[in-house]
Design a protein around this ligand. Sequence first.
Ligand code: SAM
Length: 252
Amino acid sequence: MNDMALLVDLHKGALRQGPGGDAQTEQALQLAGVDRDQPLHIADIGCGTGASSLVLARLLNAHITAVDFLQDFLDVLQARARAQGLDDRIQSQCRTMDDLPFEEASLDVIWSEGAIYNIGFERGVREWARFLKPGGLLVVSEISWLTAAPPDELRGHWEKVYPEIDSPSAKLGLLERNGYAPQGYFALPDSCWLDNYYSPMEAGFGAFLERNGNSEAAQAIVAAERREIALYRRYRTHLGYGMYIARKCHPG
Ligand code: SAM
């Protein structure tokens, strides 16, 4: 198995593939003041196995296009949607986030939890804006510093993994410069990382290694995840995931 297939194998059984929480998805909807009865077309970009799509489908009167470039994740999402009686509201599309299948100004909402970093926050918010109707809503979560001076070890690691990591004020400024009016920001609580993401992943390491014959490549993936988890546990007051909520400005 190559590294991508191993990563899919490690993550596809999980309820989510990054830090987040159903309550925080709902909190973002509340902060944005979304009318739950209004018919909406929503794109969930980098949807994984459907953590946020399923919450949005349950809470809103929405048609959701769930986009990911991994069909394995989309298959799990569709099975979960069927099991919850939400499959008539969610349609999946296997596409990359830099080649989205939407018409200009066709979406009421773009939602993306823990995924925009794959093309970079600035590029994502700039390129995706054209798909939103004027006044349309953008909700993205993004890894962010929680303090002005994160420790060197933490900064060194994350600046190598994701050079765009920055403060919430810098991210909000980027939104403003790219034609959005910020509506809100909050940092995800620790439980979104530890209870909802890292702990279930850690619990699966043994079975993952066994399934993959304890191969060197599988061991390397587990070691890298363990390093990231240890850094988070040590320095979590400095590092977080921000939920950024903004509306596309009307022209003129
Ligand atoms: N939103 C989900 C969640 O919160 O559980 C998944 C987050 S996971 C950290 C990032 C997701 O982005 C994965 O499902 C991955 O397959 C997807 N992804 C990565 N690069 C992508 C790309 N270029 N185009 C589309 N999806 C991509």
